[in-house]
Design a binder for this molecule. Structure first.
Ligand code: 13P
Ligand code: SF4
Length: 372
């Protein structure tokens, strides 16, 4: 069924809009200076070529031999520093291939990263993704040091809603449970009943056994969930600035050019886009779909580094990628990861009371996953 109602910032008159980036992320400069390590040599030579040859094999279909010497010295330095710091690198599926395939220890979609973050043994986590992902790792690992190589890596969904907006929604809909997509700040997670990701949104909504649910902040994911359940959905007007750009016309043009092509799309896309897709799922579900189906030609309707990562793994599948990059994800680079490990920054901090309340919402989702 269509969504029941939709609210947005304009419906609540208050001045505070969005979560200023870096609110919960503080540069620990004094501490970083004391712990800083010297910059290693980043020269390309035979030793670097030998030490990174096995890593180049993983990306040779998407990174040219001309580009590799510019990346390999930093990759080698990051992997050595990671061991020295006792750190683990978590990378989202949208990270570029040299990060995803050559320095990451744990990779996945938002749900996989949240679950793995709660199991990590290392004392230091370097989050290669956007700031709400780093916050989720900190929420689940309050005793660990969580670093993000660039705290300005935001998200249009996370910045579309504040904790105050959630409180106002609750006042308007007393007793209606609230589900927050993980693409939200810790402050918002602290105000809701449970979190969800794009891979479990329908299950999370139905687990509440309520006739109506407030679902925020992504209006398109809300529409997707509403189409799959009898629960009435009250949505928020947020949108992903990357997925919102795709159009149904674009997809029809691909199909007209090649009727055998397979189209797979992320549920943050508009309904007219999802109507044209052969499969809709989270980033991890999309990757598994390509692995399992091995179609000749696949159009991947999501952030386009992910198509590069899949192409590197499955060179026989032709990945067609209408290239929409997430400018926030792209703030994370090899140079910044190296800097982060050298100077132990930028460290994520969250007010302990907010973190404790947010943890309940994230853990409720993680525990539900264990039951499904
Ligand atoms: P996934 O949960 O599917 O990894 O999506 C996260 C995201 O930011 C998509 O734009
Ligand atoms: Fe946020 Fe969209 Fe970027 Fe994902 S792709 S991090 S939802 S802006």
């Amino acid at each position: 069924m269509p969504i029941d109602a939709i609210y947005g910032p304009a419906d609540f008159a208050h001045p505070a809009r969005g979560v200023p980036l870096g609110t919960a992320l503080r540069l620990q400069t004094a501490k970083a200076r004391a712990d800083a390590l010297p910059m290693p040599s980043l020269r390309w030579n035979d030793e670097v070529a030998r030490a990174t040859a096995h890593l180049y094999e993983r990306v040779r279909t998407v990174i040219t031999p001309l580009e590799w010497p510019l990346m390999a010295p930093t990759i080698k330095a990051i992997n050595e520093l990671k061991a020295l710091r006792g750190a683990v690198i978590l990378a989202h599926n949208y990270q570029t291939p040299e990060i995803f395939h050559c320095v990451a220890d744990i990779k996945g979609d938002s749900l996989q990263l949240a679950v793995e973050a709660s199991r990590v043994k290392a004392d230091t986590i370097v989050q290669c993704g956007v700031h709400f992902m780093a916050e989720t790792s900190k929420i689940l690992n309050p005793q660990k040091r969580v670093l993000i190589p660039d705290s300005r890596a935001g998200c249009s969904l996370a910045s579309s809603i504040t904790g105050r907006d959630v409180r106002l929604l609750r006042e308007n809909f007393p007793g209606v449970p609230v589900v927050a997509y993980v693409n939200t700040s810790a402050e918002v997670k602290a105000e809701v009943d449970i979190c969800c990701t794009s891979s479990n949104a329908v299950e999370v909504v139905e687990s509440l056994k309520a006739p109506r649910v407030i679902f925020l902040p992504d209006q398109y994911l809300a529409k997707y969930v509403a189409a799959k359940t009898a629960v009435k959905i009250i949505a928020w007007k947020g949108a992903c600035e990357v997925h919102e750009r795709f159009t149904g016309d674009e997809l029809r043009a691909y199909r007209e050019a090649d009727p055998t092509v397979k189209i797979i799309a992320h549920p943050e896309c508009r309904p007219d886009v999802l109507a044209e897709a052969d499969f809709t799922g989270s980033t991890a579900h999309m990757i598994n779909w390509v692995r399992n189906n091995q179609s000749k030609r696949v159009v991947m309707i999501t952030e386009c580094s992910m198509a590069d990562n899949v192409q590197a793994e499955l060179p026989d599948v032709e990945m067609v990628k209408p290239c929409n990059l997430c400018p926030h994800m792209k703030r994370i680079t090899l140079a910044k990861i190296l800097e982060s490990l050298l100077n132990l920054r930028e460290e994520v901090t969250i007010d302990p009371t907010t973190a404790e309340r947010a943890r309940r919402s994230v853990e409720r989702m993680v525990n539900l996953k264990n039951k499904i």
